[in-house]
Ligand binder design. Structure first.
Ligand SMILES: NC(=O)C1=CN([C@@H]2O[C@H](COP(=O)(O)OP(=O)(O)OC[C@H]3O[C@@H](n4cnc5c(N)ncnc54)[C@H](O)[C@@H]3O)[C@@H](O)[C@H]2O)C=CC1
Ligand SMILES: C[N+](C)(C)CC(=O)CC(=O)[O-]
Length: 498
């Protein structure tokens, strides 16, 4: 089986704490069924709370359509959880002996074709897989908190992990919107946590020495390097710090500092006194704001940063490019292209994200044009004039648009567009979109467009070929039987005063 063929439906989480529940939310929001096993009495409430937070974040993150949510099921035994599993993600506490024990039980209960991934932050896969009957299906898939928002996942195989397991788990993570970093050489802590731990060690040393508090250390990151790390990391940033001469000049200038005793990189002894100092500084820093409220702030900031990165450059930058690739794979998912008896086509379906809202508290004007534009694209794809057709050198251009705003769409509203072809001739297509909230037929906006078929190379109009004409005729047929939609052909005019 190649990576591309692996598309699990039933994903099992063993351990449902911060990470297990975060994975469950990512799976469910991707339309997969998540089965979670965790003996803790809090696991159900925690999984539901994290799913609710994740849903709220995704509604703002991903404006386009997403698959219908999968189901979240809480299993009461390991055996029940693993029944019919297609994929298992282990998220037990970071205790090697516990993982050895539970992984061996999982391995014994599952057919050998089902991959088992561990979320471990740093335990070595070669050791974790050693006691398994089928070690080749085991791999580390190390995520980052919150799993439902941060795309990074490190994949690290052990000595016995098969290339097939690595490939199919990597393809699966990519399909659910993640950015895979292959750790090509097994090493404690993998790549990202080694970097994070170096910084953390240094921070603890600075606290112990009385140089800085937890709040000052965080300020040192969040007002400076942290902002650029979000999209360039360390090495690309330092390349720019070398000016036009780039990395060589940077190393020549700042390399000698590596020999100076700037860093300690030693973990100070975690004495009771140091633990108390770090914890009480952290309490002061949090200023009474609850963990839930801090998580909400974190999620809102992450959503806005990732969405902003999605608008940088032609395809988005860093995590924004990952988001765009994920959104593109799901584009038009809710626009099923189905044609109802009245000749309307469902051409767009999605949520109103946070950054589509303007100062009046509702969806801003240009987003309507964006949604209607994408709805037109789906209509064109439905009649056979999608990207493959455009690649042949012909296309439809919109030459006139009339948009009406009839109601308000608010943040998080599920909206959809239905489209009718009102008329067509040898070169023109006259279409009408109606945007409503899902489940409510009251129009919130309508758009009427005239499109013209063109030969793009010649830069002029061209006859619609027969290959498209029959699909257009089918959509057009309803116009004879139905009255035109309310507002079609309307021009802007001041209301008459009597
Ligand atoms: N918290 C973090 O920031 C990150 C943690 N990780 C890794 O993810 C794994 C889980 O970490 P967290 O979610 O933070 O821990 P956690 O302590 O929040 O959750 C662990 C869960 O496992 C459950 N559990 C204990 N024994 C069990 C058993 N026999 N069967 C099923 N469930 C059992 C516990 O009830 C608990 O809910 C660890 O390996 C950790 O290194 C990875 C990335 C980030
Ligand atoms: C602290 N930690 C080692 C559990 C952190 C991680 O593994 C990744 C993260 O989310 O920072």
């Amino acid at each position: 089986m190649s990576g591309q063929d692996f598309s699990p439906r039933r994903c099992v989480l063993i351990g449902g704490g911060v990470i297990g529940a975060g994975w469950a939310a990512r799976f469910v929001l991707n339309g997969l069924d998540a089965v979670l096993y965790d003996p803790s009495a809090q696991s159900r409430a925690r999984a539901q709370a994290i799913l609710d937070m994740a849903r709220a974040a995704w509604m703002r993150l991903l404006p386009g359509a997403l698959p219908a949510e999968g189901r979240l099921h809480l299993a009461t035994t390991l055996e029940e959880a693993l029944e019919g599993a297609d994929f298992v993600q282990e998220n037990l506490p970071e205790i090697e002996t516990l993982k050895f024990d539970v992984l061996a039980r999982i391995d014994a209960l599952l057919p050998p074709s089902v991959p088992i991934a561990s979320s471990t932050s740093g335990l070595l896969p070669t050791r974790l897989q050693a006691g398994l009957r089928h070690p080749e299906r085991f791999v580390v898939g190390h995520p980052f908190n919150p799993v439902y928002l941060l795309p990074l996942v490190e994949i690290c195989g052990g000595e016995q992990t098969s290339a097939e397991t690595r490939d199919k788990v990597a393809a699966f993570y990519t399909a659910i919107g993640m950015q895979v970093l292959h750790v090509r050489k097994e090493v404690d802590g993998f790549i990202a946590d080694r970097l994070l731990e170096a910084l953390w060690r240094e921070g603890l040393w600075l606290i112990e020495e009385g140089v800085a508090t937890t709040a000052e250390l965080d300020d040192a990151i969040r007002y400076g390097a942290g902002l650029r790390w979000a999209f360039m990391g360390t090495f690309l940033t330092y390349r720019l710090a070398g000016g036009d001469a780039g990395m060589k000049h940077f190393l020549a200038q700042f390399g000698p500092a590596l020999k100076l005793p700037w860093t300690k990189l030693v973990a100070p002894e975690l004495t009771d006194e140091l633990i108390e100092r770090v914890a009480s500084q952290s309490d002061t820093q949090a200023a009474g704001v609850s963990v839930r409220d801090l998580e909400s702030l974190r999620d809102e900031a992450l959503v806005k940063i990732i969405r902003t990165l999605a608008t940088v450059g032609p395809q988005g930058y860093a995590a924004g490019a990952t988001l765009n690739a994920f959104a593109a794979r799901h584009a038009g998912e809710g626009a099923d292209g189905s044609v109802a008896a009245d000749g309307t086509l469902t051409s767009w379906r999605g949520m109103v994200p946070l950054d589509w809202i303007d100062y009046n508290g509702h969806m801003t004007e240009h987003r309507y044009l964006q949604v209607f534009g994408e709805a037109t694209d789906h209509l064109l794809a439905a009649i056979g004039a999608g990207p493959d057709y455009v690649a042949t050198g012909h296309s439809f251009y919109t030459v006139e648009t009339h948009l009406r705003h009839l109601g308000q769409a608010h943040e998080g509203t599920a909206i959809m567009v239905r489209t009718r072809v009102l008329d067509a001739d040898g070169k023109r297509l006259h279409i009408f979109h109606t945007l409503t909230a899902v489940g409510d037929d009251t129009p919130l906006a309508t758009a009427e467009h005239m499109l013209i078929h063109v030969d793009a190379a010649q830069g002029r109009s061209a006859p619609i070929p027969d290959t498209l004409a029959s699909a257009i005729a089918t959509l057009c047929a309803a116009k004879e039987a139905l009255p035109p939609p309310e507002g079609a052909g309307r021009a802007i005019a001041m209301p008459r005063r009597s």
